[in-house]
Design a protein around this ligand. Structure first.
Ligand code: AMP
Length: 199
């Protein structure tokens, strides 16, 4: 199995590029944002709790996110690969993911970090907010989501860089141009991992 984490701030294009990867490589897309929004639709006590965090631009507690993400991921162990989109978002989540995958003998193969300048991120999210229907795509919450990203998620870059799994890709160009860069990285990493498994 080839497992990819798509890493980056809100508006970097993680969701859009995940769908492109799914189309070409037949990987399974696991977006914690989507999983959590689905739970809100069910209107359970957990759903209501999740909504409070999302609507403030804060992270949903790790125990809820880990439980939901792992139960989803374990359904797809026979697929060619997984794409983690919006997960992990804390070092604690990253360590839990490494432990879980290690037990299954399926490591994180690569972490693609989409690099986009702050001004462009705002422009994209404000543009998207018109028809996203997302309660957290409003200016005050967007600002808080960036603060949360800087404080809690950005330190993860070091975590993956130090274990040699981080690949930085510029996410500034158009969607097809950025995808071209991503697919080249995925292909070369897949080939390298095949070579390693042959040796
Ligand atoms: P996203 O769709 O990835 O932008 O996520 C939307 C919101 O869901 C975030 O602002 C968080 O409140 C919550 N969320 C998504 N993924 C996670 C995660 N891995 N850990 C904690 N909260 C998350």
């Amino acid at each position: 199995m080839f497992n990819i984490i798509l890493f980056g701030p809100p508006g970097a294009g993680k969701g859009t590029q995940s769908l492109n990867i799914v189309k070409e490589f037949r990987f399974v897309h696991l977006s914690t944002g989507n999983i959590l929004r689905d739970l809100i639709q069910h209107n359970t006590a957990t759903g209501q709790l999740i909504k409070k965090f999302i609507d403030r631009g804060n992270l949903v507690p790790d125990d809820i996110v880990l439980r939901e993400l792992f139960s989803e991921a374990l359904k797809h162990q026979r697929k060619p690969g997984l794409i983690f989109d919006g997960f992990p978002r804390t070092v604690n989540q990253a360590e839990a993911l490494d432990n879980m995958l290690e037990k299954k003998g399926i490591p994180v193969s690569m972490v693609i970090s989409l690099e986009v300048e702050q001004e462009e991120l705002y422009r994209r999210i404000i543009g998207r907010s018109v028809d996203s229907g997302r309660s957290d795509d409003v200016e005050e919450v967007i600002r808080q989501r960036f603060v949360t990203y800087e404080q809690e998620t950005l330190p993860l870059k070091d975590y993956y860089h130090s274990s040699g799994r981080l690949v930085e890709v510029s996410g500034m160009a158009s969607v097809p141009e950025v995808y071209e860069l991503i697919r080249e990285e995925i292909k070369s990493h897949m080939q390298a991992s095949k070579r390693r498994s042959v040796v």
